[in-house]
Design a protein around this ligand. Structure first.
Ligand code: HEM
Length: 209
């Protein structure tokens, strides 16, 4: 779970960098050219397949580990389920993960599936026909409920990463008294900044900022 989680963290950083181009005041040109490259380059397509495999493994392992943990504990539950011994996010990784999974199904249906199997209109850039994915994103982010859904799911993602990032290093044995504060700082900063920027994109597009 730690290894697939760290790969997905890397994916999020790359995905966010690409998506931030939606905020450029160029009618979606930079984003469309970037998206066309990402969805047609053979090497990126190979990495994309690995990405989907890692998402699947991450989800399946989470189910497996939850069942194993429950079995190991038997009928007994933790006597203390709140307080200083653990943070809320760490105790609710299953719920947070399920919310992110629901988000992913909606997200992939509306964007990824449209790009690969749908009929996205094209736009002409210097004689090159490029799919106008920015217009599709615009279409969805003009809907209040859709923007609200994204913002809500990004809060879940932030909590999930708040625990997940540091926990992955601990699972891999990469924690060390000297470096723990750095890992913790980087993990918490990532957990706050990345989902906040992901949430900002639909908000900024909705309000035309
Ligand atoms: C403002 C927020 C976001 C926007 C505008 C956005 C936009 C897009 C678009 C347009 C695609 C299709 C591109 C293509 O297939 O070539 C895509 C794919 C994808 N998105 Fe997002 N995304 C956002 C947030 C997220 C988040 C938060 C996650 C994960 C939690 C995510 C996960 C994915 C995945 C896994 C794919 C498929 C990538 C692949 O083809 O390998 N996205 N996104």
């Amino acid at each position: 779970m730690a290894l697939t989680g760290l790969f997905l963290i890397l994916f999020l950083a790359v995905h966010l960098t690409g998506n931030l181009q939606l905020l450029k005041d160029d009618s979606g040109r930079s984003f469309n050219i970037y998206a066309e490259f990402m969805s047609t380059n053979p090497l990126i397509q190979l990495i994309s397949k690995g990405n989907f495999a890692f998402i699947l493994i991450h989800v399946l392992l989470s189910f497996y580990l939850t069942i194993q943990n429950r079995k190991a504990r038997g009928a007994e539950r933790y006597a203390v389920t709140s307080g200083k011994s653990s943070i809320w996010a760490s105790r609710n990784m299953g719920i947070l993960g399920t919310l992110i999974l629901i988000f992913m199904v909606v997200h992939l249906k509306d964007f990824w599936a449209q790009m690969h199997f749908g009929s996205v209109a094209t736009v002409d850039y210097d004689g090159h026909q490029v799919r106008d994915l920015a217009a599709l994103v615009d279409y969805w982010f003009a809907k209040e409920w859709y923007v609200a859904l994204y913002v809500f799911c990004m809060v879940a993602l932030a909590f999930h990463l708040w625990h997940g990032f540091i926990s992955a290093f601990q699972t891999l044995g990469l924690n060390h008294l000297k470096y723990n504060p750095v890992i913790s700082f980087v993990g918490k900063t990532f957990a706050l900044v990345v989902p906040a920027l992901f949430a900002w994109i639909p908000v900024a597009m909705y309000f035309n900022i």
